[in-house]
Design a protein around this ligand. Structure first.
Ligand code: 6R9
Length: 636
């Protein structure tokens, strides 16, 4: 019997129980039957949760791109692998077959090798959502270079930090990119970043906008002429199961971003398996995930998961609001999309516009609709279910993280009965537990706690690049022996999970994880600022928005507050990116602090929310009088 596909609730429980009782047999069988390997493993799993040490498919040899592309050529060579839908609806969409994708990846892989990229080297990819982004990622994986995709909305200084942290040898970028009615000038951002990046020797530039750019002699090269010269014959690197596949940065609650490292075989097996089940993908379906490849959702469920299953995956360059708010629905009709996967923030922003934008489109091709990135509120869930899913498509609310590599808790469509705002049940292999403040596991149902996972799954990140101690401290020390997600959750009377949100200092704004510490660091660089504290507060469209409490140095107090607010947001925009700008800034004379000097963010959060009831225990505050002042100066 095969475990690859769950087709009934009874079977779900059967597979789930098998995966818990005999994880080695369960994953071993899936891995053996659905992938091509150069060499099989000695052991399915080897782990020590205390040391945060996990290995899957020990000593197996494999190449993930052979499995994403080459393996399909015999049967699906002429099938469309990627549909590229440009930002401008008047620009023609591209259909790239598996044969063409193979040829393009091989050429790109040869270019990388010719430019000196070797197995294990880090390559930073800073590109808009164009086919070259997919090709660059796959070409790196094909030759064993570790890709580090940086979302093309990040500023020069944020890119530089990420390039330096993992010491990239090369950057792949473009002249610019189109997003809605804007053009983003990526090459000039890279030029600025590279003034501070001594390890970068080569920059390959894709031509997309045709704008004029500076090319540094000996370092920068246009990509196309190199591809034109390259052979399409390329021998893939033989990779160990645990060889690094990619680094992807995620915000930490303190300090610099964390370079989450994913390795090859476990990630491959888990993203393929979850894609197949969560989207009920059938051979001729067209699948579309609207995320950016710069985030984990794009890595796992635009590229790797779909391609591993020989699927047709849409890459969309644009935004939901351009040229108008019917863009998503128009694309679904145009390409007859069967599975559609997007984020609550996009749903909320579209739901507030006229219903005519969506009602003009029957959306009959849709079979499954999905949500990811943050809790989906009931109103958004219902709107999505009614107007997009037509009440006939199962809505899969998928909970997971950059660190988990793939979807962890989600309904299986046509199998698990859905419930608004609930991610429902764990996938096979996933053992969630809720923990109380005393670090005990909470048994039974109708309970709330901190969400942990108590057994490794194949796609768990293996470490933080260059800092295993931080990995251990962040994820495995709060609840010893367990992986701590940083999220709170409740388990209802039937055992369904509902994720309630972060319990640490990460705020999710429009689906983007933002650590408050780096934003505070940016603000504190302003010469007029003495200290600052950032918290999230609920926002109709973005889910959460940022509220800043800022103490000014004396000379700042005489300055025009509006100008100061603008300068502070400009600083944040330059250092991190526009997504991290503050919606509200309140200048205060002090911050509520404990005797040990910790800012009591709980109180600041409540004030930002406008909830003045029950501040909890304030007896440990050094300066309780400040609370009144902050309350009365709250920005509406
Ligand atoms: C895939 C992704 C991870 C954090 C996670 C949680 C939140 C993601 C969610 C969800 C409620 C869902 N999150 N999916 N919360 N319901 N379906 O988004 O990864 O960017 O690392 O964010 O996002 O708080 O801890 P990442």
């Amino acid at each position: 019997m095969s475990y690859y596909r769950i087709s009934s609730l009874e079977q779900y429980f059967k597979h789930y129980n098998k995966s818990i009782r005999e994880p080695r047999k369960f994953w071993g069988k899936i891995a053996e039957e659905n992938f091509t390997w150069y060499q099989m493993w000695d052991k399915v799993i080897d782990f020590d949760m205390g040391e945060a040490d996990v290995k899957w498919f020990v000593n197996a040899k494999v190449n993930i791109v052979k499995n994403c592309v080459d393996r399909h050529l015999a049967r699906r060579g002429n099938k469309t692998a990627i549909i590229f839908e440009p930002n401008d609806p008047n620009e023609e969409a591209q259909h790239i077959t598996y044969n063409e994708l193979h040829q393009r990846v091989c050429k790109m892989a040869n270019v990388l090798r010719e430019q000196g990229v070797k197995k294990g080297d880090r390559v930073c990819i800073y590109l808009p959502m164009i086919p070259e982004l997919a090709v660059a990622v796959l070409a790196c994986a094909r030759i064993g270079a570790i890709h580090s995709v940086v979302f093309a909305g990040f500023s020069a200084s944020a890119v530089a930090t990420r390039i330096n942290d993992c010491e990239c040898y090369m950057v792949i970028t473009s002249d610019g990119g189109f997003r809605g009615d804007k053009t983003v000038h990526l090459k000039s951002i890279i030029d600025e970043a590279l003034q501070h990046c001594p390890t970068v020797h080569k920059v390959l530039v894709v031509k997309r906008t045709g704008e004029e750019v500076n090319m540094t002699y000996g370092r920068d090269m246009w990509l196309q002429p190199l591809l034109d010269e390259a052979s399409d014959n390329n021998v893939a690197e033989i990779m160990d199961a645990e060889d690094p596949l990619f680094i992807l940065y995620t915000s930490g609650s303190t300090g610099k971003p964390k370079g989450m490292l994913h390795t090859t075989a476990g990630y491959m097996v888990y993203t393929a398996y979850t894609f197949k089940n969560i989207f009920a993908y059938e051979e001729n379906d067209v699948y579309w995930c609207t995320a950016d490849i710069g985030w984990i959702t794009g890595h796992s469920y635009i590229l790797y998961g779909p391609l591993l299953n020989g699927a047709t995956t849409v890459i969309f360059e644009g935004v939901p609001s351009y040229p108008d708010f019917s863009r998503f629905w128009e694309v679904i009709e145009k390409h007859k999309v069967n599975q559609f996967y997007t984020a609550p923030t996009a749903i909320r922003s579209l739901a507030k516009e006229s219903i005519d934008y969506v009602q003009g489109y029957p959306l009959k091709s849709l079979k499954v609709i999905g949500s990811v990135g943050e809790p989906i509120n009931e109103e958004a869930w219902n709107w999505y279910n009614d107007h997009v899913g037509g009440k006939r498509c199962p809505l899969v609310d998928t909970w997971w993280q950059t660190e988990t590599g793939g979807i962890m808790i989600s309904p299986v469509p046509f199998v698990t009965p859905t419930k608004p705002t609930y991610a429902t049940l764990p996938l096979p292999g996933i053992q969630p537990v809720l923990m109380d403040e005393k670090r005990n596991e909470i048994e039974g149902n109708q309970v709330v706690g901190s969400l942990c996972i108590k057994f490794p799954w194949p796609a768990i990140a293996r470490t933080i690049w260059g800092d295993h101690q931080r990995y251990k401290d962040t994820y495995f020390s709060t609840f010893p022996g367990k992986y701590f997600t940083g999220d709170g959750a409740l388990r209802d009377e039937v055992g369904y999970y509902r994720i309630t949100g972060r319990v640490d200092d990460v705020v999710i704004v429009s689906g983007h994880n933002l650590g408050t510490a780096p934003i505070e660091d940016a603000i504190n660089e302003h010469q007029a600022v003495a200290e600052s504290a950032i918290v999230g507060f609920p926002h109709d469209i973005k889910g959460n928005a940022l509220y800043g409490y800022i103490i000014l140095k004396e000379h700042g107090e005489t300055r025009d507050q509006k100008n100061l607010r603008n300068e502070i947001n400009k600083l944040i925009s330059d250092q991190i990116g526009p997504i991290a700008k503050l919606d509200k800034i309140q200048f205060v004379s002090g911050l509520p602090k404990t005797r040990s000097g910790k800012i009591m963010r709980r109180i600041l959060r409540k004030i930002a929310e406008g909830d003045f009831s029950n501040f909890g225990d304030t007896t440990t505050l050094l300066n309780p009088e400040i609370v009144e002042e902050i309350k009365s100066g709250r920005i509406e």
